[in-house]
Design a binder for this molecule. Structure first.
Ligand SMILES: [Zn+2]
Ligand SMILES: [Zn+2]
Length: 295
C-alpha cells in the first residue's frame, strides 16, 4: 500500500520548520500499517512562493464576505518556504526513508501555466491536483461559517456541476499527476439525487488526461463518513482502467496511514492488484501482492 497524500501542518496551525525527524516518524507509522512508501504533499498555498505568484486571485469575487474570507484564509496559510520543504524531503530520501517529494496543487483558473512554471523548478516526484474551492467558495472548509452558509444559499446540483467543471479544467491543464479526493464536493454530506453524470465526467477527466485517481480514507473523518471516491465513482474508474493511489490525507502523525487496511479491503473487493507510484513525475506500477499479505 501507499500513503500518497500527507501534510506536515494542520489547517489553523502555523507552519513549523520541516524536520527529518517528522518525516521519519511518518514513515515509521505508515510502515507499521503496511504502507511501503509515502508521499509528502503539502498544499502549495502554504508557501510564500505561491503567495508571490497567486495572491489576489480572489479579487474579482463579487461576494464581499467570500472575498474577505478567502483573503483571510490565504493570509493565515502562506508563510512557509518551499525550498526548505523540498530540501527536507530530499534529505529524507537521501537518508533512505521510503518517501517521495510531492505537493498538493489547487486549481487556479487561468493561472495553471504560471503554477506549472514555478513547480518545474523543483524536483517533484508527484503532484496532486485538487479542487477545494469553486470560484472562491471554500466548500470544504467546515470550520468557516461563511463557507458553510453557502451550502444553504446554493443548489447542490450547481455545486457539484461547478466542482466537476473545475476538476475537468484542472485535468486538462496537464499540471498534475493525480486527481486527489476526486469527489471532495460531497465532504459536508450534500449529494445530488443523481450523481452519476458527475461521476462519468470525473472518470472521463482522469482518462483523457492520463492522470491517476486517489482512493482516500480522509472522507471517513468528515461528515460524509465514507471514503473518496464513492463506490459508484470508484467502480467507474476501475472499470475504465484509471490507475489508483491510496492515501490518508493526514495533517498530523496520528492520522498517517489511517484505515489503510479498509482501503486495501476495498481494492481487493474490486480486484485491483496494482497501484500507481511516481518517480520524478514518471509513473511506476506497484504490485499489491497476494491479498493475504496485505494490511
Ligand atoms: Zn485536499
Ligand atoms: Zn490534502
Amino acid at each position: 500500500m501507499l500513503d500518497y497524500h500527507l501534510h506536515l501542518w494542520p489547517h489553523g496551525q502555523r507552519d513549523s520548520a520541516p524536520t527529518l525527524e517528522q518525516v521519519a516518524a511518518y514513515c515509521e507509522r505508515a510502515n507499521a500499517a503496511g504502507v511501503t512508501e509515502i508521499a509528502l504533499t503539502e498544499h502549495l498555498f502554504r508557501f510564500v512562493q505561491a503567495d508571490n505568484l497567486l495572491r489576489g486571485f480572489w479579487d474579482d469575487e463579487p461576494d464581499v464576505a467570500l472575498r474577505a474570507s478567502m483573503a483571510e484564509y490565504w493570509d493565515a496559510h502562506a508563510h512557509a518556504d518551499l525550498d526548505d520543504y523540498v530540501h527536507c524531503v530530499e534529505d529524507a530520501k537521501a537518508a533512505g526513508l521510503p518517501v517521495v517529494l510531492g505537493l498538493e496543487v489547487d486549481y487556479y483558473r487561468g493561472r495553471m501555466h504560471e503554477v506549472a512554471e514555478l513547480l518545474a523548478g523543483y524536483p517533484f516526484d508527484v503532484l496532486l491536483g485538487s479542487v477545494h474551492w469553486i470560484g472562491t467558495w471554500r466548500f470544504d472548509d467546515l470550520s468557516d461559517p461563511v463557507s458553510m452558509g453557502q451550502w444553504s444559499a446554493r443548489h447542490v446540483d450547481d455545486a457539484w456541476d461547478g466542482y466537476t467543471s473545475a476538476m475537468e479544467e484542472l485535468a486538462a491543464s496537464g499540471a498534475c499527476d493525480v486527481l486527489a479526493h476526486p469527489d471532495l464536493v460531497k465532504v459536508a454530506g450534500h449529494t445530488p439525487e443523481h450523481p452519476e453524470e458527475c461521476w462519468d465526467r470525473l472518470t472521463e477527466a482522469a482518462l483523457s488526461s492520463g492522470m491517476a485517481a486517489e482512493l482516500s480514507s480522509a472522507g471517513w473523518r468528515k461528515p460524509v463518513d465514507e471514503a473518496y471516491p464513492s463506490r459508484g465513482l470508484l467502480e467507474r474508474l476501475v472499470a475504465r482502467g484509471v490507475p489508483l493511489t491510496t492515501a490518508s490525507d493526514a495533517h498530523r502523525l496520528r492520522d498517517v496511514a489511517d484505515r489503510a487496511a479498509d482501503l486495501a479491503a476495498t481494492l481487493e473487493e474490486l480486484r485491483v492488484d496494482t497501484l500507481r507510484a511516481f518517480r520524478e513525475r514518471r509513473p511506476v506500477t506497484i504490485e499489491l501482492g497476494a491479498p493475504s499479505s496485505r494490511p
